[in-house]
Design a protein around this ligand. Structure first.
Ligand code: 5GP
Length: 208
């Protein structure tokens, strides 16, 4: 850091898979320029349409383990049997130069980052369990076994929603993007986050 800039803001966005996180984040980045999206490393195989260095840096398990051993990760976690991690290089230089950075990571990674550096964490909830299931199946890129595993895992992810600074419910897409944008605008202005806690919905999602 050269001391000429105030550090950027680090945003974290997490959600159970199928909540629509990536689509929402992409819309947010179009509307709020100047946020660098961190590209994670993962050992999972590319899905159709995935390109190395775009959605993820795809690495093998040995490369991932070597990066972890070298302390190259700001955070890393095992998600659905694969390694996922945020490299320090994807985050620290950008923040130091005054750029805001956004991480799309799971609750485990969010907890690690929170313990290390200041950040604003946002959790995206589906409006109901039925809608989460429908969206996961509609994606059409994962096997039935993978979808079942992700549905089971979504409950674990949602159980950590209360640890996040802000909660956004992705019911109507436009409303959810507007809420995300309002959170970013408030953070950039140094104002408190403008969202509710949605405790009743969280309880319902965990019970259903
Ligand atoms: P997918 O394989 O569907 O792209 O992502 C699976 C899960 O891994 C999602 O919950 C996603 O947020 C999480 N994930 C993606 N990148 C990272 C990362 O760098 N660190 C952590 N902890 N989780 C990640």
């Amino acid at each position: 850091m050269n001391g000429r800039h105030a550090p950027g803001i680090l945003f974290i966005v997490a959600a159970p898979s199928g909540a629509g996180k990536s689509t929402l984040v992409n819309a947010l980045l179009e509307r709020e320029p100047g946020i660098a999206l961190s590209i994670s490393h993962t050992t999972r195989s590319p899905r159709p349409g995935d390109a190395d260095g775009v959605q993820y840096h795809f690495v093998d398990r040995a490369q991932f383990a070597a990066m972890a051993a070298a302390d190259d990760f700001l955070e890393h976690a095992n998600v659905f049997g694969n390694g996922y991690g945020t490299s320090r290089g994807a985050v620290e230089p950008a923040l130091a130069s005054g750029r805001d950075v956004l991480l799309e990571i799971d609750w485990q990674g969010a907890a690690q980052v929170r313990a290390k550096i200041p950040c604003l964490s946002i959790f995206i909830l589906p409006p109901s369990r039925a809608e989460l299931e429908r969206r996961l199946r509609a994606r059409g890129t994962d096997s039935a076994a993978t979808i079942e595993r992700r549905l089971a895992a979504s409950r674990d992810e949602i159980a950590h929603a209360h640890e996040f600074d802000c909660i956004v419910v992705n019911d109507r897409f436009e409303d959810a993007v507007a809420q995300l944008q309002a959170i970013v605008v408030a953070a950039r202005a140094g104002a408190p986050p403008p969202t509710g806690r949605h405790a009743a919905l969280i309880a319902q999602l965990l019970a259903s």
